[in-house]
Each structure stands twice: as C-alpha cells, then as structure tokens.
Design a protein around this ligand. Structure first.
Ligand SMILES: Nc1ncnc2c1ncn2[C@@H]1O[C@H](COP(=O)(O)OP(=O)(O)OP(=O)(O)O)[C@@H](O)[C@H]1O
Ligand SMILES: [Mg+2]
Length: 334
C-alpha cells in the first residue's frame, strides 16, 4: 500500500514570547517520524511524508495515498486539535489509522472524558474544574482533602504538570493555579491526589481490543508524592524504573485490564490507546486519563513497554496498521 504519514513536527526553537518551556512538548521529532516510516516500510509498504497543518492540506490533495497512518497532534491550543487531521481525512473519504475525530476531541478534554467513564461506573479521582482564578477563589474547597493535583484541562505529554502541581494547602493551590492559568490559558482540573502505584495500560486492536502490555512506573528516589511530571518524563532514564509486566497482585492486574478495556469501549477508541491509572492503598485502579494517540517514538511509554515484552517497533506499528486496515472493506486495497 501507499501509506501517507501525517505528523506535526516539534520546531527547533519554541516560539518567541512563550511564557512556558513545554508548549511544543506533544509534537514529534524527525527521528520519531523516520522511525515510524522505516517500520511501515519494513512491513512492505511505501511511505509518503504528509506532515501537518497547511502542508498536510496541500499534500493530501496532491499525493495519491491509499491509507494514512496518523500521528498528527493538530495545530493551535484548541482542545479538539487532535481531531483536525482525521476530520479532513473523513471529509475526503480517505481511510486512516486510529480513533475518529469525536473520540480524539473528547479524550483531550480531561473533564468530559472523566464524566463519560464515571457515568459507566469507572473509578476516577474526584475533581473540580475551574475556569479562572476568581472561580478558584470562590469555590468551597472544604469538600476536598489535600493533597490535590492541579493540571491543565486539555493538554497531554504532561504539559504544565510539574512537581509543584501536587499542592498541600490553599496557598500552594492558589500559586500553582496562577502559574498554570498564566502559562496555559485554559481551565484547570483540581483533582484528588491518588498516592499509590502508577500503571499505564497499552491496548491494541478492535473486535475485541486487547491489552498489549501494562507498565508500572517506579520513582528511583522514594518520595511521598510521586508525580510522573514533565521533569521526570524528560529525564526518565535517571529518575524512574519501568516494570513491565508489573509485579502486582493478580487481582489488581485483572482490575486494571477490565478497567482499561471498558474505558477503551466507552470512549469509542479504535486500533490503539494508552490509559493511565493510579492505584489506591487497596489496589483499586483510579482512571487518570487516556491517550488515544499515544507517542510512538523510541522514548514513548507504549514503545518502551512493547520493547520490554520483546515486541519490536515494526511489529507494534504493524499491529496498529493491521487493526486499522481491517476496519475498512478489504477490497479497498486490492
Ligand atoms: N489525580 C492524580 N493523582 C495522582 N497523580 C496524578 C493525578 N493526576 C495526574 N497525576 C500525575 O501526573 C501525571 C501526568 O498527568 P496526566 O496523565 O493527567 O497528564 P498528561 O499530560 O495527559 O499525560 P500524558 O503524558 O500521558 O499525555 C500522571 O502520570 C501522574 O503521575
Ligand atoms: Mg498521562
């Protein structure tokens, strides 16, 4: 097949005037694009680089591709930015990998996602959405117990999430909220902090989707309130140990597996996704958030967990692509 690869590249330099140093964090490096390209080629296809944004719009009309492998994060700071490329592909009736615009749009909005899964009985930390500083000041926080977690309502790649994002009292909550309102110009989620183990669950396929792998993320330095923050993700080789498969009780593994598959279904995910959980002291998984477009670079969690199970990158990419192609009529590709 002639496969188009849609992606958004991380620019060499962050835009001038940026108040924050992680505004480009979710975008991919050329190294990741090349890695995915070579993995698709190793599975016997040819690859056309489509890029993202307006370059993508030009190329998708010009290049005749049979299928698009999509990793584009989308342009701008819009909460539905991940839906942009799939929406164009649906408009042009071009088949593509991964979830559809509706699913991607919902999942980048942390509150909408939590509402949807909570309605179906999935456990998720209690939360309060605050739109601005005045709203934060006028909220009655007595119902919440510190520590609390503060995070931007529609970001990924741990954008905005620092060690300071776990707050112990009102003063820290106000100062962290101010920092995030200033830097990220969006509503904030203030959540109950779940202090147990962190486990991420990778899911692949459709009819039925299956858990590919689970990975526990363990801080090297014992700390009371571990956060898999942007600082930790950038320096993961030094700061954390990954355990895959996780050495957890069989019952806890089962609960994680059930929750992961249930969430994938509720949100209407397709082909692949990675879901983040924290455990409470009794081993109950609390759903934090889902990535229906998880990173596929060599330093991304899904790729790391696959590698730890002996699954090479090209095999991982092939499983995603195969699942995606299968959803369309096979005669499309004859
Ligand atoms: N309610 C919470 N309780 C405890 N820790 C939390 C909570 N919410 C977030 N965290 C910590 O912050 C990290 C990042 O949060 P989250 O996964 O919501 O952000 P993200 O930017 O969407 O992540 P990703 O990089 O996976 O896209 C989590 O992996 C976890 O360590
Ligand atoms: Mg996460």
């Amino acid at each position: 097949m002639r496969i188009g690869l849609s992606f958004d590249l991380k620019p060499d330099k962050a835009p001038v005037n940026d108040k924050i140093d992680d505004s480009m964090e979710e975008y991919d490096s050329m190294e990741t694009v090349e890695l995915i390209k070579s993995s698709i080629e190793a599975n016997g296809h040819s690859v056309t680089l489509l890029g993202g944004g307006s370059a993508f719009l030009d190329k998708i009309r010009r290049e005749k591709v049979d299928f698009v492998f999509n990793i584009a994060e989308g342009q701008g700071n819009y909460r539905s930015r991940e839906s942009q490329v799939p929406a164009v592909l649906e408009m042009l009736d071009i088949p593509y990998s991964g979830s559809d615009p509706l699913c991607l749009g919902i999942c980048l909005d942390k509150e909408l996602t939590k509402k949807m899964v909570a309605m179906e009985g999935v456990i998720t930390p209690g939360w309060q959405l605050v739109a601005n500083f005045e709203e934060l000041k006028s909220t009655d926080w007595n119902e919440f117990m510190f520590p609390l977690m503060v995070k931007p309502a529609h970001e990924g790649s741990s954008k905005g999430i620092r060690l300071s994002s776990v707050v112990m009292n009102m003063k820290e909550l106000e100062s962290e909220a101010k920092r995030q309102f200033d830097g990220y110009s969006q509503s904030l989620m203030v959540e109950e902090f779940i202090g147990g183990d962190e486990v991420t669950v990778g899911i692949i396929g459709n009819e039925p989707p299956q858990v590919l792998a689970m990975m526990r993320i363990l801080p090297r330095k014992k700390t009371e309130h571990f956060v898999y923050s942007i600082e930790v993700k950038r320096d993961y080789m030094e700061l954390v140990d990954y355990e895959c498969p996780p050495k957890l009780d069989k019952q806890v593994i089962k609960k994680l597996e059930n929750a992961g598959l249930k969430i994938f279904k509720i949100l209407g995910c397709r082909d692949f996704a990675r879901i983040d959980f924290r455990l409470d002291k009794d081993g109950n998984p609390y759903f934090l958030e889902i990535n229906p477009l998880p990173g596929l670079g060599s330093h991304s969690d899904l790729v790391i967990m696959a590698a730890m199970l002996g699954i090479p990158h090209k095999e991982l990419i092939n499983s995603i692509l195969t699942a995606a192609v299968k959803r369309y009529s096979p005669c499309l590709f004859l």
